[in-house]
Design a protein around this ligand. Structure first.
Ligand SMILES: NC(=O)c1ccc[n+]([C@@H]2O[C@H](COP(=O)([O-])OP(=O)(O)OC[C@H]3O[C@@H](n4cnc5c(N)ncnc54)[C@H](OP(=O)(O)O)[C@@H]3O)[C@@H](O)[C@H]2O)c1
Length: 257
């Protein structure tokens, strides 16, 4: 029996590395997609003893030609696609570099759309497949930041619509919405997180295992951890205007795009 294949974007750090380790342990072949070739090779070395075949596919997902390269690999067929690569930026929208904002949209949204579009036909032919899109709590609650939250709201809406359309095909699409996770995300974005209380921080392995348990139960939206489930449920129960006021009060609403 050939091993199932999981293609993971952004596995050189953080949450993506967590999914790569987990799928390696579960006996998958891996296709690892990111820009940093040195870190891709290091990860492949670490996972060699557990995973089957590991393919490295260096790509910048902000680049259309690189996205096409990844799409070609997906069209050959994979069992699992994890659209995880993504980033935030600090500063206010009206001062941000437009080219950087475009890159954010290209990685957080355009790549998710193109890679999912490329993966689905072979999954549908096989009658089996899972697309996991890493969104964020930021996409569920309004008023904190602008382009980043909007990109994650797109991912959630896209995943929910597709999941409905794919019902009964054997192929599932899921959006994972973590809160704050200890990764390189915030330092890469230049965000100062000193004020965030420790109980708000999640660990990568918990996010990965809880999300995969949710997906195994057929949940389209996974919100790992009790504290963020509570936060989202409360935020959604309040009038949107009040939720926006609360996120402005507790998150300032400034200094991040
Ligand atoms: N950490 C959090 O608090 C948090 C919360 C909610 C959602 N998320 C989401 O979780 C996902 C993973 O983030 P993380 O927290 O694990 O961050 P991270 O530690 O900074 O990892 C980001 C990963 O994305 C890859 N990446 C970034 N830009 C890329 C590009 N242009 N092309 C290809 N790969 C690229 C990076 O690889 P290279 O640099 O090697 O290319 C890296 O492997 C993101 O979508 C993020 O929005 C994070």
């Amino acid at each position: 029996m050939p091993r199932p294949v999981a293609l993971i974007t952004g596995p050189t750090s953080g949450i993506g590395a967590g999914y790569a380790r987990r799928y390696a342990r579960d006996g998958y072949d891996l296709v690892l997609v990111a820009r940093d070739v040195g870190r891709l090779e290091q990860l492949a070395g670490e996972l060699q003893s557990e995973a089957g075949n590991i393919e490295l596919l260096p790509a910048d997902l902000a680049d259309a030609a690189d996205r096409d390269k990844v799409s070609e690999r997906l069209a050959e067929g994979v069992r699992v696609l994890v659209n995880n690569a993504g980033f935030g930026t600090s500063g206010d929208f009206w001062e941000a570099d437009p080219a950087q904002l475009q890159k954010q949209l290209d990685v957080n949204v355009t790549a998710v759309m193109h890679l999912t579009r490329a993966a689905l036909p072979a999954m549908l032919d096989a009658g089996a497949g899972t697309v996991i899109n890493i969104a964020s709590v930021a996409g569920l609650l309004p008023g904190r930041g602008s382009t980043y939250s909007a990109s994650k709201a797109w991912v959630i809406s896209f995943s929910e619509g597709l999941a409905n359309g794919l019902q009964g095909t054997g192929v599932g699409v899921h959006a994972v919405c973590p809160g704050y996770v200890r990764t390189e995300f915030h330092s890469r974005a230049g965000l100062d997180m000193a004020e965030v209380p420790s109980f708000m921080w999640l660990e990568v392995d918990d996010v990965v295992s809880e999300s995969l348990a949710d997906i195994a139960h057929g949940k389209v939206i996974s919100i790992p951890s009790a504290q963020y489930k509570f936060l989202v449920a409360t935020g959604r129960a309040m009038p949107r205007r009040l939720t926006r006021l609360a996120t402005k009060r507790f998150g300032s609403g400034r200094g991040r795009t």
